[in-house]
Design a protein around this ligand. Structure first.
Ligand code: P71
Length: 464
């Protein structure tokens, strides 16, 4: 290539205005939302990095596909397209559509887990953990030790700790119906898992007769990292790499709202006939008939096209580069982030940035609020509000206090990212004035979505 700039590999055909608010308005809006960014109206947000889930822009190919949607209740043509697209990548025998990832989790865990069981995973994300715990089973996070050190730069910080996995499978034999690996590791910084790690975890599970599943939300980003970082994969296509990843697993759960490039949808895929039958029976009870699983025919079409587009090399190169672009600016200016930048998001290490705020006062939550207050930017806390509550209601500190800025797919341009960097650097310049919060009111599970908080020291940001 003659030129080095990596461009957005698309042009924009439809635009959606975004709205500036004043700082004064945002101060009021935060108060009214109980200091919880989930409770804001989206139109009061300028740049929305709350999640990369379901927030992407669809391509003209996907919109064209939607017009072909077959809305038949049973046996719709759109289902067979969807099934073929998912099977081409995963190779699994049974492809079961669901309305999103957590429905696939609930159906799988509902069919497999009994009270007292243990599910090892590199790191469970919030709904996955909650769905395991809902079955009165234990969600065991066993990332490698390096993953807990945000500043360390390593190629595959998403890896599962293979010794811990082997020990768990040996010591808890009979109580581990399945083990999982989440690609990429969302709670731990959007970090990839190497092919070698997936293969070894799979072998460990096979030896112990335990099912091995991938939580595959961001499988394409993981495949790209394998291509660019793991020896022996540089010449392989992202599709071939993804196929190899799935070949080591017995099944997967998938949220098509991420690397399915769709606004809604997901699936459960697996090889075992009896387990698939059990899951399909559950599906019919709560989601829908197995050829639509709670989705419209046009959703199945959008996912079928999205699963193909997400593996394009120019897309993946742009995707990972645009996240790293923000990460590089922040690193060059001394803002502590999880290193290296992840596939779908940059994560600020709030404990390192705000050492004066104790974990009991939720430093990452406070930082996410100040980013909104100063710049109209919405991010999400991945810290002790999200992960600091045990199934028995007890409070403990999370492993890390992170503020995740997740990039919706194909939505923001480089100048949006430049603005974002400016906001973050400004907030970094007034970090000493930021103060923590306390929870006023929260539900017993997944509290971050609806909790109400208040500043623990009178104000979120002390006057200068
Ligand atoms: C993400 C989400 C969705 C979310 C979570 C918290 C706040 C806002 C949005 C969902 C995941 C995921 C992994 C690894 C399963 C699900 C559930 N992530 N596994 O990261 O990341 O999928 O949302 O389709 O039910 O923002 P679902």
């Amino acid at each position: 290539m003659q030129f080095k700039t990596i461009i957005e590999p698309f042009r924009i055909k439809t635009v959606e205005p975004i709205r500036q608010t004043t700082r004064e308005e945002r101060e009021r809006l935060l108060r009214e939302a109980g200091y919880n960014l989930f409770l804001l109206r989206a139109e009061d947000v300028l740049i929305d990095l709350l999640t990369d889930s379901g927030t992407g822009a669809m391509s003209s190919g996907q919109w064209a596909g939607m017009m072909l949607g077959d809305e038949s209740y049973a046996g719709a043509r759109s289902f067979y397209k969807f099934e073929a697209a998912a099977r081409r990548i995963t190779g699994f025998k049974h492809i079961i559509p669901t309305h999103q990832g957590r429905a696939a989790e609930r159906i799988l865990f509902g069919s497999l887990l009994k009270p007292g069981d243990i599910v090892p995973n590199n790191t469970h994300f919030d709904t996955t953990r909650a769905n395991v715990e809902y079955r009165k089973a234990a969600a065991l996070d066993i990332p490698t030790a390096e993953a807990r050190d945000p500043a360390r730069v390593l190629p595959f910080k998403g890896n599962i700790d293979l010794d811990e996995l082997e020990r768990t499978l040996t010591e808890k034999a009979g109580n581990v119906p399945l083990a999982m690996i989440t690609v990429t590791n969302n709670s731990g910084g959007g970090q990839p898992v190497s092919m070698a790690n997936i293969r070894a975890a799979s072998e460990s599970c096979r030896r112990h007769g335990v099912l091995f599943f991938l939580d595959a939300c961001r499988f394409a980003e993981n495949a790209w990292f394998i291509k660019t970082r793991e020896e022996g994969y540089a010449e392989k296509t992202p599709l071939a790499i993804a196929q190899e990843m799935f070949s080591y697993a017995d099944g997967c759960t998938m949220s098509a709202k991420k690397d399915g490039m769709a606004n809604i949808g997901g699936f459960l895929a697996l090889n075992d006939d009896a387990l698939a039958q059990k899951c399909k029976n559950m599906l019919i009870l709560t989601e829908g008939f197995p050829t639509y699983g709670g989705l419209a025919g046009y959703d199945l079409e959008a996912i079928a096209v999205g699963l193909e587009e997400v593996l394009h090399e120019d897309y993946l190169q742009y995707r990972v580069r645009s996240v790293a672009y923000l990460g590089d600016i922040l690193t060059a200016n001394g803002v502590p982030i999880v290193q290296p930048p992840g596939g779908h998001a940059v994560y600020i290490d709030a404990r390192a940035m705000l050492p004066h705020i104790p974990q009991e006062e939720y430093p990452a939550w406070a930082l996410s609020l100040v980013l909104y207050l100063e710049g109209g930017v919405r991010s999400v806390e991945i810290g002790s509000v999200m992960f600091g509550q045990g199934p028995d209601g007890s409070e403990h500190s999370a492993a890390m206090e992170l503020v995740r800025m997740a990039f919706p797919r194909r939505v923001y341009t480089q100048s949006h990212v430049d603005y974002l960097a400016e906001v973050i650097l400004y907030v970094n310049s007034l970090k000493e004035r930021i103060r923590g919060l306390r929870i006023v009111d929260a539900p017993p599970v997944l509290r971050h979505f609806t909790a109400r908080l208040e500043p623990a020291h009178g104000a979120l940001l002390l006057d200068s």
